[in-house]
Design a protein around this ligand. Structure first.
Ligand SMILES: [Zn+2]
Length: 348
């Protein structure tokens, strides 16, 4: 593999109550005392106010922006309002962090990522998913300059988010298999170290499955750790290959097709069961691990009609077409899609 630019966060702080260190982190990393804080409508209460209070005490000038959607318009708004500030602090779930990533990349200022959920691996990765009229597009961005993941705050989020983050990491198993296939068939660049890190992360998490459950405070920490190393695998590869293959295509297809999609990680988890079946891997193991962790394993639990599952399966290969996977160039026929979904009990 050629040497390239690998971006990783300079500082990672995780643990219960770690948010109280935000002042020290900013003082150490930033040259000026003016920052833009990006929040969602609810994450302001959960963590944003605490960040503002601490930074105001330390004499920071703060401009606040509330973000509700990860769209191009949101990115433009934030680019405009953060123009004369020295950093962006993204306080929230995936959408807030994605918008913060794009805006900080465009303005060439550092991003401090402060996730309030552990629902997917976006908190550290150098990719941002921004909605357009034709679905979400994954953009290259700078990696966050620093990550502050307060597990006490993350543990307060609904357990569903943590289980979804767990499922997003499990999808590394099929993603790496797809990547290997693309390397063999199309000579796509492959990184052994990124693939190994990605698989190890998924395996370690499977070993910890008993410790990830509702009401268990350490669960958030376990999943956050996994999301950080998954994000690092993406950074090392320079693209999302180690953590995104056919199962992610299926999830992105559902986002476009289903009127009410489930969480990204939840859809990827169900996608992993089916793609693992296609790849000839141990899909029953994946199914039982996801069941144990309390993540959805079928259409009913996703809250998505079976017909949308089938449609998404037949359309999945068209998402990011240049990314070769087990779905091939032609994708699945309707009959094959039904067969796979039935065999893996995703539909009845
Ligand atoms: Zn994902």
């Amino acid at each position: 593999m050629d040497f390239r630019n690998v971006q990783l966060p300079r500082e990672i702080h995780t643990g219960p109550g770690i948010l109280s260190e935000i002042g020290d982190v900013c003082n150490k990393l930033l040259s000026q005392k003016n920052v833009t804080i990006l929040e969602g409508p609810t994450t302001r209460k959960i963590a944003g106010n605490q960040v503002i209070e601490i930074l105001e005490d330390q004499g920071y000038d703060i401009s606040e922006v509330i973000v509700e959607t990860a769209t191009q318009e949101s990115v433009e708004t934030v680019v405009e309002s953060s123009k004369n500030t020295s950093a962006i602090l993204g306080v929230g779930g995936g959408k807030v962090i994605d918008v913060a990533k794009m805006a900080s990349t465009i303005n060439e200022i550092p991003l401090i990522s402060i996730p309030t959920t552990a629902a997917h691996d976006g908190m550290v990765s150098p990719r941002a998913s921004i909605k357009s009229s034709t679905g979400s597009i994954s953009h290259e961005s700078n990696a966050p300059f620093a990550l502050i993941a307060d597990t006490q705050i993350i543990a307060q989020a609904p357990y569903r988010f943590t289980a979804a983050g767990f499922s997003d990491i499990i999808s590394n198993l099929t993603a790496v298999e797809d990547w290997k296939l693309a390397y063999k068939l199309t000579n796509e660049p492959f990184s052994d170290s990124a693939a190994a890190l990605s698989l190890m992360t998924a395996r370690l998490l499977m070993d910890e499955v008993e410790n990830v459950r509702p009401g268990h405070v350490e669960s958030a920490g376990i999943v956050v750790k996994g999301l950080i190393s998954s994000g690092m695998a993406i950074s090392i590869a320079g693209n999302s290959r180690p953590a995104s293959g056919s199962e992610h295509k299926f999830s992105h297809a559902l986002d476009v097709i289903a009127p009410k999609p489930a969480l990204h990680g939840e859809q990827c988890g169900v996608g992993t069961i089916m793609m693992m079946y296609l790849q000839g891997g141990n899909w029953r193991e994946v199914q039982s691990i996801l069941k144990k962790v309390g993540a959805p394993i079928n259409a009913k639990e996703l809250g998505i009609k079976e017909e949308y599952i089938i449609e998404a399966l037949t359309h999945a290969h068209n998402i990011r077409k240049e990314r070769y996977t087990i779905l091939g160039d032609r994708g699945l026929t309707r009959e094959a899609a039904e067969n796979i979904a039935l065999k893996t009990h995703v539909i009845e």
